[in-house]
Design a protein. Sequence first.
Length: 566
Amino acid sequence: MLIKRNHLLNLFSVKSSVFLFAFMLMLSGCNSNKKPSAGQGKPDTANLPAANDEYFQEIGKEAGIDFVHSIGDDDLHNIIESSGGGTAFLDYDQDGFIDLYICSGTWIEGFSKSEKPKNAGGNRLYRNIGNGTFQDVTKKAGAAGSWYSMGVTIGDFNNDGFPDIFISNYGPNVLLENNGNGTFSNVTKHAGVAGGNECSVGAAWFDYDNDGFLDLYVGNYLNFDPNYKYYYAPDGFPGPMAYDAQKDVLYHNKGNGEFEDVTATMGIIDVDGRAMGVGAADYDDDGFVDIYVANDHTLNYLWHNDGGKGFTDRGTMSGTAFSQAGEGTISMSVDFADYNGDGLLDIFASDDKYCSLYENMGNGVFTDKSYPSGIAMPAGQYVGWSSSFFDYDNDGDVDLFKTNGALKHLYGQEDQIFQNEGDGKFRDISVELGKYFTEEYVGRGACLGDYDNDGDMDAYIVCLNDNGKFLRNNKGNQNNWLSLNLIGTISNRDGIGARIKLYSGGKIQTAQKKSTTGYLSQNDPRMHFGLGKNETVEKIEIKWPSGKVQILENIKPNQILTIKEL
């Protein structure tokens, strides 16, 4: 039985013995074995369909997720309506089961073209009950408002142990502080992170100066004018280059609940970027987290963190600003992972064409492997939005999940999963994994995580102006796995920026704890590793943002392990 592990490993030292670790595990009862936490009662799965032969089975309605995304209109009439729809997994009540937050647009007078509908849309928070189903707690938790929301990023900005929610909007942004009692308070004004009337799309939490408090990068899109009408009629509405770009913003966390705008002083010079997705990871392993911004129609930014004292754009010189064809593409989202096992974090950026798989060659240089990897041609049939690395089958190699959907019309497209073949190649195996991947939806944001604590990664997908889709993974846990729940003490409490090296069966997996992942979304806060048939993890090496290194040895698989920074 899975038991809550809030204080696990407090006594664990860097050179702790195998005996001590085994003793700690015996006390904590870490192995989940597909059962709910103590105190949750017996699972009530009467409404859930039994697992079928599909790898991924759509069970959203049965799981209690009745969310319908809204553009606030009867059809797509502008580029803002086309661009929203983020979602995130988070454990807002810290009960050991990940909950679900979903963003929606809404009807706005003077912006929306249709009459105000009876159901104007709105964000939703669903609590994971722990029995395979969710409950809508939006109103009770105070987790929504009259916002036209684009994306969401989760981070414990005040280090109180409860995740807070930042929502990027068309209009002022919102920061919801988690009160620790199942409710949230809107602290945007006090925190100073509302911005103005920009259209903020992507955003990411990260600690750029390693002071132990999460800072915030907000990607702004364009100066939308609802009265501008000059465009090529078959396109439906004016594209992004019809509007001036808006500058991104970097907020520094002062540690007292307030943030300060340090964009200019930190060297963030955003002249013509129309930000879509934003991601943060330490691509050169120098101990400071960097920022990648996927821009619409223009070159992408790779903001190198210069020791926490400033940022320099190395997009062009690193080879990550353009596609392999040397073009600025309609970039949507970004994710980081070591897909080829060489210990270096690679980058995947989705776009409306062939996408880019940037292999990290070291020394700050990347090369686009989208074509030779086998991704480009299958991806090129669709408009790619959210893309995330994840190990869907727990074989120890990160695969790739990608949502698709038309740009300017509510035309559906099939989503894709690319399987990592382990030799630098990927193969589109989507149609082999379930009926869902043969159906067409207007996909936007997506979050991936182990919602039922059974050891494999499930998925929630936002569909533009439509019902969302929830995919349960039925077979991934046929292989072994390990999930790590990091708790920083000197570092930020979420451990965002921590770098993990996991040694098992002669293989080394390298990963970094991130906030935002994919398009306007965020995955399970626990770090998930597939182990194949390996029965032991010989060593885990954690390099915390504080610079401290922590080592754990001889760990059994198939458990959710909480590790506290010492």
